[in-house]
Structure formats: C-alpha cells, structure tokens
Design a protein around this ligand. Structure first.
Ligand code: SAM
Length: 248
C-alpha cells in the first residue's frame, strides 16, 4: 500500500543501518533524499539502486506535492536525510506534515540519531532532556537563546556545525555556571570518536588541547540547572558550615 517511510540512516559508521531500513530501501519505488550523491553512495554500498528525488530544505513544499501525487497513485516512497533521523535538525517535517494532512500513511523506520546516541553514552543521570539543536551563528542571537535556557532543569542537547565548536564553548562559558557538567560527543561512531565529560570551567581548555578538536561533528550536552530547592539547600549548608567553623 502507498506509504511514506521515514528511514533513519547512519551518522558515521555505515554498518549502523538497520536490516529493516535496507529492506525498505530495496522495495520502495523512489527515495526522496537531501543529497542524491550522498544517498546514492549509501545505496551502492549495499548493492541497491533506486530512483532518487532531491528533497532539501529549499524545496520541501514543492517536493511534498510531488510525493503526495505519487503516493496517491499507490507508490511506496522512502524519505532519508544525509545522516541520522530525518526531521531532527534536518529537512523532513514539512513533507511529513503535508503527507499526513493528505490522509496518507507515514511509517517511521528508526535508527541512529546523534542526540540520543550522545545521551546514551554520556553518563549524565537525567531522565529529562531538552533538545536545543543548532544555536544561531550570530554571537548576539546565540547569547539571547542561551540566556533563556539558564533555568532549564533538564540536560540540554546542542548540535554544533563543524568548525564552530570554539564559539559554542565560549558562549556556554559566558552564560552558565562553571560547575555545570558538560559532555562533548565528537565524531560519534567514526574512527576518531571521542566522548569527554568535564565541568564547564575546563571545557575551553579541553577543546584547545588538541587542534583536531576544533573540527568534526559534535553533540554538546550540558547539565541542567539545579532545582531551586536544591540550590537553597546547598546555600543553607554552606552557611551552616561557615557558622560551624566559626564555633569550633
Ligand atoms: N538528523 C541528524 C540526527 O538525527 O542526529 C542530525 C543532522 S544535523 C544536520 C547534523 C549535526 O548532527 C552535526 O552538526 C552534529 O551536531 C550532529 N551529528 C551528526 N552526526 C554526528 C556524529 N557522528 N558525531 C557527533 N555529532 C553528530
């Protein structure tokens, strides 16, 4: 039956593609993708060849109409992005919205997403997380966004474009308390994968310690704000300790 499959692809290690994703990619009539060369390589790697339709952030609306017409004619179509899960800091959401609104079937085929991959190996104990994604490129706008996140209690998840990690860390350091834990998940599932946790106060030093660290794909996780009660309790304990020291 006519279906739009939302297929997650690897974020580095090509063997992370799922058996089901390969099955779906082998049976669909066409693959809508962000970059036909990139997806063409992935398909070739697994001995597949499918007609491809370019679907990137600049043509999502037009492509949605095209895909709807094809689905209405009974076709099965896969939607993939360059890496990871479509629609997560990637094109796809508008297409899915249009296809759903047209009353057509949308089926997710899950797989890698950099955010969840980073969280899983971060060791940050937190059952809530807040996905921020990419921060604005302009310093002023970035700071405004970060200021608004100061009181968020959940672990925050940032995506960072390659080459912009220093700006990102400088911005975080300028806004958040130095004791907050930060986790850098760099080049996940790739040859030079690195996952490093430290207080924010040491973050800049860590990035600068190795020239390679100023490049590469990063997920940055930042510990959330302490609950107000916790902060008050900590302050009360601090004062109590000072008083006890005075008394002894
Ligand atoms: N749709 C993708 C997902 O599900 O994670 C995200 C695509 S977004 C355009 C690309 C960003 O995801 C990168 O700039 C980086 O922040 C993060 N990312 C993707 N692959 C990564 C990897 N292997 N290691 C670390 N971060 C990665």
């Amino acid at each position: 039956t006519a279906t739009l499959y939302i297929v997650a692809t690897p974020i580095g290690n090509v063997t992370d593609i799922s058996v089901r994703a390969l099955h779906v990619l082998s049976l669909v009539d066409a693959v809508a993708c962000e970059d036909t060369r990139n997806t063409g390589n992935l398909l070739t790697r697994f001995g597949l060849s499918r007609p491809m339709i370019a679907a990137h952030q600049h043509n999502e609306r037009e492509v949605a109409d095209k895909l709807i017409a094809r689905l209405q004619a009974g076709e099965r179509i896969a939607l993939v992005s360059d890496a990871g899960t479509p629609g997560v800091s990637d094109p796809g959401a508008r297409i899915v919205d249009a296809v759903r609104s047209a009353g057509l079937r949308v089926v997710p085929v899950p797989g890698a997403s950099a955010a969840v991959t980073a969280l899983s190996a971060s060791g940050l104990v937190n059952d809530q997380f807040y996905f921020v994604g990419f921060l604005p490129a302009k310093a002023k706008q970035r700071e405004t966004v970060l200021q608004k996140l100061l009181t968020v209690g959940a672990t925050m998840v940032f995506y960072e474009a390659p080459h912009r990690i220093l700006d990102c860390v400088e911005a975080l350091t300028g806004v958040f308390e130095p004791a907050r834990q930060v986790v850098f998940a760099r080049e996940l599932t790739k040859l030079f994968e690195e996952i490093h946790r430290c207080p924010l106060s040491e973050a800049l030093e860590w990035v600068k310690a190795d020239a390679h660290r100023e490049k590469g794909e990063y997920v940055v996780l930042l510990e959330g704000a302490q609950a107000e009660g916790d902060a008050e309790e900590a302050e009360a304990e601090r004062i109590l300790n000072i008083l006890l020291a005075e008394c002894s």
